[in-house]
Design a binder for this molecule. Sequence first.
Ligand code: MG
Length: 209
Amino acid sequence: MKKILLLDVDDVICFNVFLSAINEFLGTNYEIDFFKEYYIDKCVIPKERFDEYNRFLSERNLYKDAYPLPGAVEKVKRLDKVFDIHICSSCINPFNIESSGRLYKDKFDFLIRVLSFLNPEKFIFTNYKNLIAGDIIVDDRLSNLGGNREQRILFPAYHNKEISDNELIKNKIVRAGYDWKTGWDEVENILLSDDFDKSTNRGAYTYKR
Ligand SMILES: [Mg+2]
């Protein structure tokens, strides 16, 4: 039986969801690596414009300008031959809960378009990822990498660069490198390469290349 692999969507499969909305709303050209905090809108949207911003979001398909991360589609396709892939992703915007319904639809539509080879019946939309059973999980948020799993992989993202190796080792989490541009190469190495030293759980820098 194939092992169950849970894959996050935002900042793992795809990019530019809130970033393009922010840039359009503010008329700016922020790039993702400018940010260090997870909620990028909280960093740059002025408090007095937050209601206006939420109204702007509620009328927009946030996945309209989303695009896959480098290698994401190709690697997921390859991993799909080896693992039983389930998408595991949150669709609730905590700052705009009433309008979050359309995130479920817009994200679903994006996924069936971009990852058309996956079974949509295996898409799990929840904020409580640690309750979902699965052997392996790939996510960019440390708080989603709990649960009783064989392997937990932190996907590199703008907001998780400063998490220490010690913290990851303590929690038996493997870091798929430090750069989102090569994150999928690292994930593939961790999951498919015989050269990856699983005994240390120390991430990309333990590869015997
Ligand atoms: Mg994510």
